[in-house]
Design a protein around this ligand. Structure first.
Ligand code: ARG
Length: 579
């Protein structure tokens, strides 16, 4: 099954080609921009008419005539409008027919792609020296949503958690750890709070020159492969990864240990990266460091900007590892797309890495390298979200706070439930609220983190959607069994028809998210869907209607619930049967 939009594009495209004699015409069918234009409209006729030198209105009416003559069952009516648009009205019977197909197999809500791609989604990717903080939220949940969406379409997804687990900070950390271990034996208890562990190590580093020396030589030993240092490092990394995993689980994010492809994984390839750049005559030495200068990257004053590959002391940099990673994804994993879900502040880094990768052959020709940039989460003061004293906020603390606030909210909204139920609801609503507030914003802009709006039951929020879902489920529960077999047999009320058409369009929104990577499109869709359900519910009695009409409306409600659940699942949000 294809989406309606896809089917219509094919249908109008073929008719257009036949009528104008030009192969592969793009009819540019989109959802109608106004209800009076019908369900969809074709906007492509004018530009084709220009190409072949005919009158656009004439061409449009020839196309309409051709399709009408073929009597396609999907189409109820076509009209030529304005300078050559074609308005498309779909047949109610065809819509109901399609609905019954989906009702019997809800997999069909989102048809499987005709062309399966292998796709890397690089996301979350925290630096393991510290605990995950609020700055890691966006990348983690946007990336997870994209991975879910693409996977649901049937693509082969390779999640890559490109964690920072190498570099000078780890010398300091493992020196401190070795010191504590010497007095405590085993794994230092301080490791349970990585943030204060890091701070304590840093204080020690700044205060004691001897310790700083030890730390510096630790890096050298670690990078030289000293067994004891490697053991300490591995222990530290394991601890840090446990922290991350606990957060992924709490956030209902699909990452696990098997998705890990840490920076250190690429160590073995870094000499090769330098060699390849050398062979391509791209390296030059600047202030002792080996760099690549590309003419398209210049600073404010027009001076060339370097991509630093290797420092004077031989150490490699972030960009070096990323070049190795491009090579790995391109030639070992052989993917068609590599998505980097990373903070917008790294835009220049990725532009440079991608450009160097293309120039020096780290990327195959057919790989699409895409930086999926996102903006910063701001506090109410309009500055990056921090504690009052200006410290970074641990992600775990933010999530616990969300759960606490959701608990307060649901105990007010639904009094009289038992504590275990409150806890379960609070956990889901709290996490959903934080995730949805983020995913529903255009990812490229900064946004202000605001508890009261994200936890509101009104507006485009998780509580509103979860409540809408739970409400439909409660209507359906009032019915006896046998709902599975009832079908939608009425769309004569406009609120019924609008709702059904919207349900059919989930797959079209998913197509857009898969292509352009904007999860907020899916959020908007779900919000509109829930709104259309509310309008239908207000204007169409369900349980009081005659049997056939009641069954049809129940079937429509059940399909709405399934669509909401499917959409929320793609956002990584779990639904609740009761709220
Ligand atoms: N660890 C990096 C950071 O915390 C993000 C890594 C993103 N992925 C990549 N391939 N560079 O900023």
């Amino acid at each position: 099954m294809n989406t309606l939009k896809h089917t219509l594009n094919q249908l109008v495209g073929e008719a257009l080609s036949i009528v104008c004699g030009l192969a592969d015409c793009d009819p540019n069918v989109i959802t109608a921009s106004k209800p009076e234009f019908g369900d969809y409209q074709s906007n492509g006729v004018m530009s084709i008419a220009k190409k072949v030198g005919t009158n656009p209105r004439q061409l449009a009416s020839d196309v309409v005539e051709k399709i009408t003559a073929d009597a396609n069952p999907l189409i109820a009516k076509l009209e030529v409008a304005g300078p050559g648009f074609i308005n498309i009205h779909l047949s109610n019977t065809a819509l109901m027919q399609r609905a019954s197909e989906i009702r019997s197999d809800t997999q069909k809500l989102i048809p499987t792609t005709n062309k399966v791609d292998k796709i890397v989604v690089d996301y979350s990717s925290p630096n393991l020296a510290k605990e995950m903080h609020v700055g890691h939220l966006r990348g983690t949940i946007i990336g997870d949503c994209l991975a879910r969406v693409l996977e649901r379409q049937g693509h082969e997804i390779i999640r890559q958690n490109h964690v920072g687990d190498w570099g000078t900070q780890f010398g300091m950390l493992i020196s401190y750890m070795r010191e504590l271990r010497a007095s405590q034996g085993d794994l230092p208890t301080e490791l349970s709070d990585l943030e204060s562990f890091y701070r304590a190590a840093k204080e020690r580093f700044d205060a004691d020159p001897d310790f700083a020396d030890t730390a510096r030589s630790s890096v050298v030993k670690l990078q030289g492969g000293d067994a004891d240092h490697l053991v300490a490092w591995q222990q530290f990394i394991d601890e840090s990864l446990k922290h991350c995993q606990a957060l992924y689980d709490k956030l209902n994010v699909t990452l696990s240990r098997k998705d890990l492809k840490a920076e250190s994984f690429y160590n073995k390839d870094l000499d090769g990266v330098v060699k390849k750049l050398e062979d391509a005559s791209l390296l030059s030495v600047s202030n002792g460091a080996r760099c690549v200068f590309l003419p398209e990257f210049t600073g404010k004053d027009g001076e060339p900007l370097p991509v630093i590959i290797q420092k004077t002391d031989g150490g490699y940099l972030y960009a070096t590892t990323d070049l190795a990673a491009v090579q790995f994804r391109s030639f070992d994993l052989k993917v068609e797309r590599s998505l980097y879900v990373v903070d917008a502040r790294q835009s220049l880094h990725f532009q440079q890495v991608f450009a160097v990768a293309r120039k020096a052959g780290f990327a195959s020709e057919n790989i699409s390298l895409e930086h999926i940039a996102y903006g910063t989460m701001m506090g109410r003061d309009g500055r990056p979200f921090k504690t009052r004293s200006g410290d970074t906020i641990k992600l775990v603390d933010l999530l616990d706070e969300a759960i606490r606030r959701a608990h307060e909210l649901v105990s007010q909204k639904s009094p009289g439930l038992d504590e275990a139920t409150y806890l379960e609801i609070a956990e889901k609503v709290g996490i959903a609220a934080v995730k949805y507030a983020d995913l529903s914003k255009n990812r490229t802009s900064d946004y202000v983190f605001d508890w009261s709006s994200m936890l509101s039951f009104e507006g485009n929020t998780a509580p509103y959607l979860l409540y809408a879902y739970a409400r439909i489920r409660s209507i359906l529960r009032k019915q006896n069994s046998g709902l599975e077999s009832v079908q939608i047999t009425s769309v004569s009320e406009s609120t019924e028809r609008n709702l059904l058409l919207k349900i059919m369009q989930l797959s079209e929104v998913v197509d857009m998210v898969a292509r352009d990577c904007y999860p907020n499109l899916l959020c908007n869709y779900l919000y509109e869907l829930a709104g259309l359900f509310m309008r239908f519910y207000e204007s169409c009695p369900i349980l009081k209607a005659d049997t056939q009409l009641r069954d049809s409306r129940l079937a429509l409600s059940a399909l709405t619930a399934a669509t909401l659940k499917q959409g929320l699942d793609l956002l990584g949000i779990e639904t609740l049967e009761k709220m």
